[in-house]
Design a protein around this ligand. Structure first.
Ligand code: MN
Length: 295
């Protein structure tokens, strides 16, 4: 008897029954507005994860200490964003129904919507923490409502559709908290001023935001292009002026203090960085997030 050739993210080989965290990949980039390649992100992260260690000297924690299951990549229709979102949603729902933590790896940023559609009904008081270079608050992108440039706008619609009546205009409290944002059209920034808690350029204000949330459930969506392109060039829409890897690690340690109920990491396009350093960085971000969120 020989084992099957089954590749997982390094150190994530628990059985599904035992696992508290479930990884799932969404290899989808059909709405990417500039340079494609994020469809290869989840597979590259899984494959290259064997180039990093399971142990984190930052956290003194090791992936072997936790039960994490990697369910592999979903099969998604590249020609139909709605179909792809449905498949992502089905997998998210299964993971949540089984009492486990959904950890999605993109893919482009639109994949987040598939997960949030399922996490929100379970946690009606959900807040979203959003790390990104881009506001992603366009109402449409050349007429398309389902685009990675609109994903937080679609999430905002979902959140505000479930807003309790007590949260009236006068006392409105945003439930989308954005950090690192340094790109968008004027209308997105005007929208953010009204409806989201946007912090430009870096993570200033993150600790205060997390503290204000208390025990409220939080979904973390991490677009890796929040990083400076000097550290992370392998992405479809690089924006100069981003945060450092160490700043991002520090922010992850802050988010850890929140009641995080699901997360995703997206927008690695491994083909756009021939050195492989962007993929190696993404692997390390996934490891650090897993270790920070594992119970
Ligand atoms: Mn982005």
């Amino acid at each position: 008897m020989l084992p099957n050739n089954v590749e997982t993210f390094i150190g994530c080989d628990a059985t599904y029954a035992d696992a508290s965290i479930v990884l799932y990949g969404a290899p989808f980039d059909s709405t990417t507005s500039y340079r494609p390649g994020a469809r290869f992100g989840s597979k590259a992260i899984r494959g290259e994860s064997f180039g990093i260690e399971m142990y984190s000297p930052y956290q003194n924690r090791d992936l072997t200490d936790y039960a994490i299951f990697d369910s592999g990549d979903l099969e998604l229709c590249f020609g139909s964003p709605e179909s792809a979102l449905n498949v992502i949603g089905e997998r998210t729902r299964t993971i949540l129904n089984d009492g486990k933590f959904p950890f999605l790896i993109g893919g482009e940023h639109l994949v987040t919507l598939g997960a949030v559609r399922e996490v929100l009904p379970r946690y009606p008081n959900l807040h979203i923490i959003h790390f990104d270079a881009h506001a992603d608050l366009r109402d449409d992108y050349f007429g398309a409502k389902l685009s990675h440039a609109c994903v937080l706008r679609r999430c905002d619609e979902l959140l505000r559709a479930t807003e309790p009546a007590s949260n009236s205009q006068a006392t409105f409290r945003p439930r989308i908290h954005q950090f690192g944002i340094r790109s968008g059209i004027r209308e997105e920034f005007e929208f953010a001023a009204k409806y989201t808690n946007m912090h430009r350029f870096d993570f200033a204000g993150l600790a205060e935001t997390i503290e204000s949330l208390g025990d409220a459930p939080v979904y973390l969506t991490l677009d890796l292009d929040v990083l400076d392109p000097s550290a992370f060039p392998g992405t479809g829409t690089p924006e100069a002026g981003g945060v450092s890897f160490l700043q991002l690690l520090s922010a992850i340690q802050t988010v850890r203090l929140a009641n995080v109920v699901g997360c995703d990491v997206n927008e690695l396009a491994p083909n756009l960085d021939a050195s492989g350093a962007s993929t190696a960085l993404a692997c390390k971000v996934v490891r650090e997030l897993l270790l920070a969120l594992a119970k």
